[in-house]
Each structure stands twice: as C-alpha cells, then as structure tokens.
Design a protein around this ligand. Structure first.
Ligand SMILES: *Cc1c(COP(=O)(O)O)cnc(C)c1O
Length: 457
C-alpha cells in the first residue's frame, strides 16, 4: 500500500516561532508550570487541543464571505440547520457559540439537585455543567476502556450492565437522560461501536429515558465503525453517522472538533417541549434562535465543515496521521493508550513515570518536559484535571494519569509529527531525571486551566 497523503494542498501558511531550551525553561517557570498559561507564540508545535484549531478549507473561507449577517432568519442559519439535519435527523436545531454553551442550556433545564446523568465518560465541561446545575455526573466506561495497555476495537463502549443497575438504583425519574460521548475524549479518543449504541438505546427505551449523544467527534467515530465493526465496511461514513443518530433523542456538539471550524456548536433534539425551553434560555444567554451566539459567517463555515468532515479521504488521512505518531512511540517503548484514538495520542504517565505518585502529578511533569525539550505543548488529563479530595483533603485520583497530544485537523504535516515523536522519545530516554509537581494556586472548578505549580525539590 502507498503512503496515505494529506488530501489537500497548502494555499496559505503561518510561520511558527522557534525558541531555545534556555528560553523555554524561563517561559515555563513564568507560566507557573502550566502550559495553558504560556503565550501561544512561545510554542513550536501546539498539541494542547484539537478544539477550534482546525485549518479551514478554501470553501469554508469563501463561506465566511458569504455569511448572511441578518439578525433573524439568516440564510446561513438555514444552511447550518440543513447540514446538521442531514447528518443527525434531529427536528430542532439550536446554534450555540460552542459545545459547553449547549451543555449549559441543556442541563440548566434538565439537571438540578437530585438528578443523575450517566455517560460512558463525561468530558470535563459536561461534568462541570452537570455539577454546576446541582446534578451528579457518573461514568460507566466498559472495563476494557480502563486498561491503557490492552488493544481493543471499541474501548469507548459503555458498560450496559452497570448502566442498568444504576438506573434501577437511582430511579428512572431521577435520570433526565443517558449520554454517550463519541469518541470518548477523556478516555483516550476511543470509539464507541454501533452495537453498543444500540444496546444503550435498548436500555433507554426499557426505562423510557432519552439518549443524548455528545457528538463532537462523530465522523472520526463513524470512520472507526466502518473500519472495525462487522457489516459496515460497505456503508459510507455519512450513512453510519445517520444510523448512530437514529438512536438518539438529542445531540450536543462542539463544532470546534468535527465541524472543522474555529468557533461554534449546537444543541439538537426531537422533543418540541424541551426545544422550546432551550430556545427561551438561549435567547437570554446566547442570542436569537437563528444565530445563537454566532455570526452568520460562522454558521456558514460550520455547514461547509460538516460536509467536508465525512469525506473518507479526509478521514483516512486524519485517523492514519494520529496512528502514525502512535506507532513511532510504541516502537520506541513509550507507553501510550493503545490503540491510538481518533484525535490524539495519550501518553500513559503512570507507566512513563512509575516513581512519581498521583499526588505529585506525573502527567504534569511529562507535559512540562515536552515543552522544555522541544517546545511542544500537550495537556495533562489526570489528577490535575479530574482529581477530587476526600474530607481529610486526601487526593482521590482518577483511574488514569495521561498526557494528551491532540492533533489539530489539517494543520501539521508528516515532518512536524516526526519531530514530535523525536522529542517525546528523547524525554522518555531521560525520564529518570523528571520530578513531580505540587500545586501552589487553584480555582474551585476546572482548576487545570489556571492552576500554578512548582517542581518538587
Ligand atoms: C470539546 C468538548 C466539549 C465542549 O465543547 P467546547 O466547544 O469546548 O465548549 C464537550 N464534549 C466533548 C467530548 C468535547 O470534546
């Protein structure tokens, strides 16, 4: 088989700024050892997130010029609505400025004290919005998804037995919805099978609970189904996506992922009464229902992006370029979640730094070192992001300590990725020199964005 190439040519380029290791040591110290607080200008290869970092196509930029900026009933809204309806089949489509705005609206209405919301794994903003409403968020990831070293096709699948037990235990009247996140971002970007989605739907139907899909990376998930699940090789990614959403009663999506745009999101559902309530809240918090916190041009770019993202040459290149980085790391012995997910490589910091306990944030340590060694910015997904504390102030760590290297869509070329692998392998070789960290400042919620650290002596 020949090399899978980038299915685009480059028409516009953006220079990246080089720094020395000495400069980066100072920059990181000044940022309180939190890569979120580094100026992007001081980063060489930015793998902090794949969110809003996509390169738009010439047709998306053309759409930006064609955006209809009418306050109400903009032509761009109808194109946006059509594009989403074609894929999801949802009756009511509500634009929001990004994914968390859709979540905020949804859970302000359906959440609240005494409510419980299960998911395969809640993303951090989803969990935060649920908890902010007073409700509680629960994760029921299949056992296999919790073992970074085991290779399996659908490590994002939900544990159906645990889900059903939970519904019986908490009472279906206290569960406003069941959610599934495709792909499972916090659990390694691992896909969910259609078989599992159907089984979750059966449980939902049995207890008359609505199923909502957090659809940020639906196209990547659908491509994995096409490649890995029996019976789907001959189906198009669009058809697979349509089947996924046929089991859903609602959708939340950050368009900053698989709609290939820099800003945008939506909330969609089939329940008219719920849609009315959501639109009323939208008017207070985001804007009129035909723009919802976005400009007409943004709606246009989302509509175009949703057409491009289901292109299978694009998806083949996308999934392969992530897998390519994963292969290089595995061959060098670097512990990562296997197999690689759709949008990111997740370094397993527990196995990378077995000497550093969760209390000393091994993921933060690896993240800082990647920046110092090569100007690469990654993101800790472990005890900094998800750590909780018991009543004695003792850390309750999450099951995994990870460093996420998210690959922006259509942004970096193969040589950038080769460089990234060289830097990671270098850091891995010198891992015995890495130290743990302690927190010197933290905010009460979503602390990873603004926390400050210092290296342990
Ligand atoms: C990014 C993301 C969100 C939140 O979307 P924003 O646009 O960042 O607000 C929700 N769920 C998942 C799975 C995500 O990846």
């Amino acid at each position: 088989m020949k090399t899978i190439i980038e299915p685009f040519r480059i028409k516009s380029v953006e220079p990246i700024r080089f720094t020395t290791k000495e400069e980066r040591i100072k920059i990181l110290e000044k940022a309180g050892y939190n890569p979120f607080l580094i100026h992007a200008d001081d980063v060489l290869i930015d793998l902090l997130t794949d969110s809003g970092t996509s390169a738009m196509s010439s047709l998306q930029w053309a759409g930006i010029m064609q955006g209809d900026e009418s306050y109400a009933g903009s032509k761009s809204f109808f194109r946006f609505e059509d594009a989403i309806r074609k894929i999801t089949g949802m009756k009511f489509i509500i634009p929001t400025h990004q994914g968390r705005a859709a979540e905020k609206i949804l859970f302000s209405i359906t959440g609240g004290e005494g409510k419980f919301i299960p998911n395969n794994t809640h993303f951090d903003t989803t969990r935060a919005n649920i908890e902010f409403s007073g409700a509680e968020a629960f994760d029921f990831l299949n056992e296999i998804g919790k073992h970074p070293e085991i290779r399996a096709d659908f490590k994002g699948d939900m544990d159906i037995e645990k889900l059903e037990k939970f519904i019986i235990e908490k009472g279906k009247e206290n569960i406003p919805m069941v959610m599934i996140t495709i792909t499972n971002n916090s659990g390694g970007g691992q896909p969910v099978s259609l078989k599992n989605i159907r089984e979750v739907k059966e449980v939902c139907s049995k207890y008359r609970l609505p199923l909502f899909i957090d659809a940020c990376r639906f196209a990547e998930n659908a491509y994995f189904i096409k490649m890995r699940e029996k019976g789907y090789r001959e189906k198009s990614v669009l058809e697979i996506s349509q089947e996924i959403f046929s089991y859903a009663d609602g959708v939340t999506m950050s368009a900053k992922k698989d709609a290939l745009v820099n800003i945008g999101g939506f909330l969609a559902m089939n329940d008219e009464d719920l849609a009315m309530k959501c639109r009323n809240l939208l008017i207070v918090t985001e804007g009129f229902p035909t723009y919802g916190g976005l400009a007409g041009r943004d709606l246009e770019a989302v509509a175009q992006g949703l057409e491009e993202v289901v292109d299978e040459h694009y998806l083949q290149y996308r999934i392969r370029s992530v897998e390519y980085l994963g292969e290089k790391l595995v061959n060098a012995g670097v512990p990562i979640i296997e197999p690689p997910g759709g949008h990111a490589i997740y370094i397993d910091a527990k196995r990378f730094l077995p000497e550093v306990s969760s209390e000393q944030f091994p993921g933060q340590s690896v993240t800082c070192e990647l920046y110092i060694e090569g100007g690469i910015r990654g993101c800790e997904i472990g005890s900094v992001m998800f750590g909780k504390y018991d009543s004695d102030g003792k850390l309750i760590p999450p099951p995994m300590e990870l460093v996420r290297l998210a690959i922006p869509r259509r942004v970096y070329t193969q040589s950038h990725i080769d460089y990234v692998s060289e830097v990671i392998i270098e850091v891995y070789k010198n891992r015995n020199k890495l130290k743990g960290y302690e927190i010197t400042y933290q905010a009460p919620m979503l602390r990873h964005f603004t926390a400050q650290f210092k290296p342990m002596s």
